[in-house]
Ligand binder design. Structure first.
Ligand SMILES: Nc1nc2c(c(=O)[nH]1)N[C@H]1C(S)=C(S)[C@@H](COP(=O)(O)O)O[C@H]1N2
Ligand SMILES: [Mo]
Length: 323
């Protein structure tokens, strides 16, 4: 695993964009109209213009959201966030998603909303996002594999979306599904890796918690393919595998939905997946973690440090059993 450390002489991390990310971004920008034009509108005549893309391609009108971090939480550089990934549709190694996701087309995109709700439908990505105001939020991100990052996301509070589609009283959960595109996602051609498509779910009260968000960007720019373009879930108090990428479907259900890692290995991965330093994974401790870019391990915090915000969701629950 190779993560290049940023030198102070380097450009700011958000100014560095690998080629495939840039191509993806341009498609996104052209199709979504969400971003102010500038250089983009005038075409990409020179490599120098391409180098300016990350700045010019930033989301506009993003409001300042949740930024509560600890003194020892530094934002993980853009380069690391986009080169060290889990996205098994593109391969099993951390470098694979960045290497193999270049041909994936995040646009045009549609999201189907169905199940127990008053306003089901299939929406173009634009229409899916249009009624909402994008927010910047900086969250800790803790993988079940005991590494972590700090990522500045751009997205929408999931609670707003849930309300907009008006779940019926009988709806107790919301399920999510990743796009199925074996032609563009080589991992999906191998059913031995995971049962495809990747699926996840939340209890409706978890989905309504103010911390839950659907992200469309990082560092102010559209999600690179390897990070789950164009739309992914972010639940910072849970292990990273809950954060399903490249979402095409949201379904309101009465019964607890399936989630891929639980289906694949239920002894090691549950439904809740709340970050908990006291409940070890069967094969390793969850008491500490390696923050990408740090030398020393650090202690893992209960609910990844978000106990104040989410602890009440699990009052009275046995967190060792409901892992
Ligand atoms: N569809 C899909 N979503 C996924 C995964 C995946 O393999 N496929 N991996 C999960 C895991 S284990 C983690 S830790 C996060 C990683 O997100 P990141 O690469 O943006 O850090 O994505 C999650 N979402
Ligand atoms: Mo993970």
């Amino acid at each position: 695993m190779l993560i290049r450390q940023k030198k102070s002489s380097d450009a700011a991390s958000h100014e560095i964009t690998p080629e495939h990310v840039y191509v993806n971004r341009r498609q996104f920008i052209e199709a979504s109209g969400l971003i102010a034009g500038g250089l983009l509108a005038s075409g990409m005549a020179s490599p120098a213009a391409a180098a300016l893309m990350p700045k010019e391609g930033k989301f506009q009108g993003v409001k300042e959201g949740y930024h509560k971090l600890g003194a020892k939480d530094k934002q993980t550089p853009f380069e690391a966030v986009t080169s060290y990934n889990n996205f098994y549709e593109f391969g099993l190694d951390k470098e694979d998603p960045a290497a193999n996701a270049g041909a994936f087309k995040p646009l045009p995109w549609q999201v189907k909303v169905d199940g127990l709700c008053a306003n089901p439908g299939t929406l173009n990505f634009d229409d899916f996002l249009k009624p909402h105001t994008l927010e910047d939020r900086v969250y800790r991100h803790r993988c079940v594999e005991a590494w972590s990052m700090v990522i500045p996301w751009v997205g929408i509070p999931l609670a707003e979306l849930v309300k907009r589609f008006e779940p019926q009283g009988s709806a107790k959960y919301v399920a999510f599904e990743t796009v199925m595109r074996p032609a563009e996602m080589p991992g999906q051609r191998n059913a031995q890796i995971l049962p495809w498509p990747y699926v996840e779910g939340l209890r409706l009260d978890e989905a309504m918690n103010p911390l839950a968000m659907l992200a469309v960007g990082i560092y102010g720019v559209p999600l690179p393919n390897q990070n789950g373009a164009p739309l992914r879930l972010v639940t910072p108090w849970k292990y990273g595998f809950k954060g399903i990428k490249s979402i095409v479907r949201m379904t309101f259900t009465e019964r607890q939905p399936k989630n891929t890692w639980n289906v694949s290995n239920g002894r090691e991965y549950g439904f809740f997946a709340n970050v908990n330093p006291k409940v070890d994974h069967p094969r390793w401790s969850q008491a500490t973690e390696r923050r990408i870019g740090d030398f020393f391990r650090r202690e893992t915090l209960m609910f990844n440090g978000y106990e104040e915000e989410v602890g009440q969701l699990y009052a009275g629950m046995d967190l060792a059993k409901n892992y």
